[in-house]
Design a protein around this ligand. Sequence first.
Ligand SMILES: Nc1ncnc2c1ncn2[C@@H]1O[C@H](COP(=O)(O)OP(=O)(O)OP(=O)(O)O)[C@@H](O)[C@H]1O
Length: 322
Amino acid sequence: MTGNGPQAASGQLAIEARGLVKRFEGVTAVDGVDLAVPSGSVYGILGPNGAGKTTTLRMMLGIIDPDSGYRRILGAERPHDVAHAIGYLPEERGLYPSMKATEAIAFLGALRGLPLREGRRRAHELLERHGLGHAASRQIRQLSKGMAQQVQILGTLVHRPRLVVFDEPFSGLDALNQGRLEAMMRGLAEEGTTVIFSTHVIAHAERLCDEVAIIAGGKVPFAGPVDLARDRIPAQVRLETRAADGPWRLALPAEARREGQFWHFALPDTGIEPLLRALIAGEAGILSLSIERAGLHDAFVAIAGAAAARALGDQTPEEMAR
Ligand SMILES: Nc1ncnc2c1ncn2[C@@H]1O[C@H](COP(=O)(O)OP(=O)(O)OP(=O)(O)O)[C@@H](O)[C@H]1O
């Protein structure tokens, strides 16, 4: 946390939004969204195409105004008052093709109030640090699409914003560069920068985020810590016993199902210990036992529904294992 300026005035929240609504020509793109983004967190807005992610981000940034609702960003009610402290990577990427990489970064910094000279100096430093030193003097048109996107990401950061907003930052990057971007986002948060990003890929949100907002059809059925979303589904127990049957079976939940050597069931509300005691007393012969918390994918299905999960185009954990 930077701990001064408007951010401190807003307490621990980098962004607070209540009841945001936006309609376009009869389409309600955002339908009463509430969000509270803690300062210094990595915050994901997770939802399928058309869910309202971009519209929500644009309203927070003041690019468009909500039809109704309230938002406060870095303590300011008018986003433009804190524009110099914000970095934004829009969904539509774009840099001037004839600019050199260094100039493109310095130019984006200048738009946020950073003097060009200092912008150029930092651009060199950033390009070197992120393995793109060789691209510094090349024109954007000479770079691959992925490299140009990385240059634009660096341009989003060059003025050292306190809040960075990335709209679908991973799309267009290969796996290696997606991993680098994840590391960069974690590094920013460690330095106290708030990072918000939209995505339709659950794995990115699950790996990166402290908190998420799940958005579908313009509504946010869940916003809060990732662990809280995962706790919407009981943990799953997998138990292996030597004995196939015995009086101890009565201690298992009625819905327990057996597959080969294993029993599968949801962790009872009473926890695992009473069950373990009954298994031991009944000489079930416990060979192995695991308790697995639900992943964010299953939590997303439980919260937003299977149709929204399918619309993500994401793979289920089972599909990924195949
Ligand atoms: N300027 C606009 N004019 C008309 N409709 C719009 C406009 N912007 C967004 N919409 C509509 O609002 C809804 C939400 O769009 P939005 O771009 O916010 O979703 P998204 O979650 O960011 O999706 P994507 O990942 O596909 O960009 C969609 O139905 C979209 O067609």
